[in-house]
Design a protein around this ligand. Sequence first.
Ligand code: PLP
Length: 351
Amino acid sequence: MSKFLNPKYESLKVYTPGEQPQDKKYIKLNTNESPYPPSEKVLQTVNREVVSSLNLYPDNEAVALKDSIAQLYGVKRENVFVSNGSDDILNFAFMAFCGEGCEAVFPDITYGFYTVFADLHKVKYTQIPLKEDFTIDIEQYKNTGKTIFIANPNAPTGLTLTLSQIEEILNANPDNVVVIDEAYVDFGAESCTALTDKYKNLLVVQTFSKSRSLAGARLGFAIADRELIEDLDRIKYSTNPYSINRMTMQAGVASIESNDYYIKNCEEIIKTRQYTTDELKKLGFTCTDSLANFIFAKKEGVSGEYIYQSLKEKGVLIRHFTGERICDYNRITVGKREEMDALLTALKEII
Ligand SMILES: *Cc1c(COP(=O)(O)O)cnc(C)c1O
């Protein structure tokens, strides 16, 4: 820390991303990336021609990209917001919808970035404990008077709320924004994008990083009532109007155009998730009923830290968390079948 840093950032606890080791080749099951490459159409689209136009700024309105997203989700262009990864959008949501007199609320066990954004913007927040079985107690999200952030499926548990539970929360908080973070929704859960027509307080955030194999391109989008989108635009145009580069913009459109390819990949991941969960259970693991592209698992009598470290020594990287309630669990990304077999073989040697 230099002596020049604004004191208000001195105590900031930054987000710790999953390891991205560059030294050694691991079977990488720690950051929920897709094991599949982007579609052939994406590979062909981001070509020499796109690169040769990098001397020009991209379309700050992102018209082509917004239109393809709008079409896919049956909304209008004015209902779509796009930016540099969904983390960017979540950050904007904290800036736009939280602050003095408007606190934030989210589960105690959820995406680690929510507390970081809240701290960054000096937003007060409440963390509501998940129930013993890691499900969300929706009764505690009624009449909160606060901006609500819920990942659905939740991370790292993979557990979901139903659309009717989300509607109960929306109806019980008409004067507050409810942000539903659907980073993992394409792996078997139900999206609430269609509800944005009916609820002016619903902001649905999604990403191209997981199901659409574009984590490295940095692209996220949100769907909501026009006025919420305008609020996000106000922040975007006050920070970085060109937050999506030309290559990513093209990749995003091409990705939507090859939707069938991604649906097929998601189906494959769902199958592999089921297979791996069954095999883990045979080895004595307990797993949550995850509808995401990861499995959240523990083995009675074996510490989560030990499993994580031993797997790492064997070249398999998974994600370990240190939180009190979840330190015996690990979050394992669902990769290709052969990667999961390598994981299972390594686990058998360890336990
Ligand atoms: C991965 C993830 C994100 C961030 O995705 P990017 O679009 O890559 O920034 C947001 N929310 C949750 C719950 C995630 O797991």
